[in-house]
Design a protein around this ligand. Sequence first.
Ligand SMILES: [Zn+2]
Length: 372
Amino acid sequence: MKLLSGNFYYRKQAKQAPRWVRGQLPITEDGHFGAFREDNSADGDYFLPGFCDVHCHIGFAAVGELATPQEALAQAQADLGCGILAIRDCGNLEYAPGILDNPALPPIIRCGRHIARPKRYMRLLPVEVENLSDLPQVMAKQAERSDGWVKIVADWIDRSKGADSDLDPLWPTEILKEGIAAAHEAGARVTAHAFSHKAIAGLLDAGIDCIEHGSGIDANQAQECARRGIPVTPTLLQVELFNQFAAQAGQKYPVYAATMQKMWEQRREHFAMLHAAGVHLLPGTDSGGYQPHGELGRELSLWERGGVETWEIIDFATWRARDYLGIGAIEPGARADYLRYSSDPIGDPKVAVKPEKVALLGKEFPGKVPTS
Ligand SMILES: [Zn+2]
C-alpha cells in the first residue's frame, strides 16, 4: 500500500466544487485509490485528478490520412504528457498495436467508427449508411464494438446542391430517434458531431446524450441542454478554424462559407452564452486531423478567454468530466490516476497542463517539464 500525502483538489460531496484539502490518500496494490483522509498537518505536493479529453482521435494524422503506428504512439504519449489521463476517442478506426490497454498510456473509451451518410464526412473515417432505414442497426453494431459510446455525424456540407450547398443535417429526426433508441438498447450513449444550428433541434428531439462542437446551439437550446443534462464539448480550437474553412469553400460554396464565417465571428459570445446558460462543458481538443495532440492547455486557455474561471475549468476538465465518463476521480475504488505538482497549479490552465508527474494506476511517469 502506497500513501500520497499533501494537498488534494478534493470535493467532499458529489456536485460540490472541489477545493484544496490537505490529507492522505492510499493507493492499493492493484493501483486504485482507497479512502481519502483529511489531515491538516499533511504536507507535500499538490495533486489533481487526471484531465480528460472527450474528443480526441489517436491514429489520425493530417486530414484524411492515417498515422503510422509510431505516430499514433507519439500522439498518445503527447496526450499523457499534458496530463490527459482518460480519453473518449469520439470516433476512430482500428488502433495500432500497443495503444489500447497499455498501462503506460491513458485509458481509451472507444466510440466505434463515425457514422455518416455517403460523401457526408471526411473520407476514410466513417461507416457510411446508404439506406436511412439501416441507421438503427448500424448504431447498434457500433455500440457493441465500442466502450459504451456511439458517434454520429449529425451535419456536414451537402455538396449535391451546388452553389446553394450548406451545412445540413444528415438524418431525418424520426430515423435519428430510432437510431438513438437502438444504441441505448445496446447499452451505449450517443454523441453527435454538430456544427450547425439546423442539426440541433432534431438531435434534442431524438434524445441525444451529448453534443460535439455545438457551435449552432441557440440560447433556448442551451437552456434545454442545461436542464436535461446534455453536455457540450465546445472544441474551441476547432471553431477557431471556421474562418479558414469558409475561405477555402470560397466562391464555390458561398452559402456554406457564409454559415461558417458567421459562426466564427460569433464564437466568443457563443461560448460565453453556453457557459452562462449552465451547460455542462466537456474538455475536447479534437486532436488528430486538424489539431495536434498534447494541446489541452490551448483549448482550456480559450475557455479562460471565454470568461470561465480557472478553478471551474479545472473542475470541468477533471472531476466533472470523469464523473460523466463514469471513471471516478479521487474516490475509493477509482483508478489511481493523478497529476502531481510541487506548487499550486490552479490559477493558470497553461501551468496545470504541465504536471511534473502523471500517474496511471498509481505508477508515476514524467509529465511535460514546465518551460517557463
Ligand atoms: Zn473530431
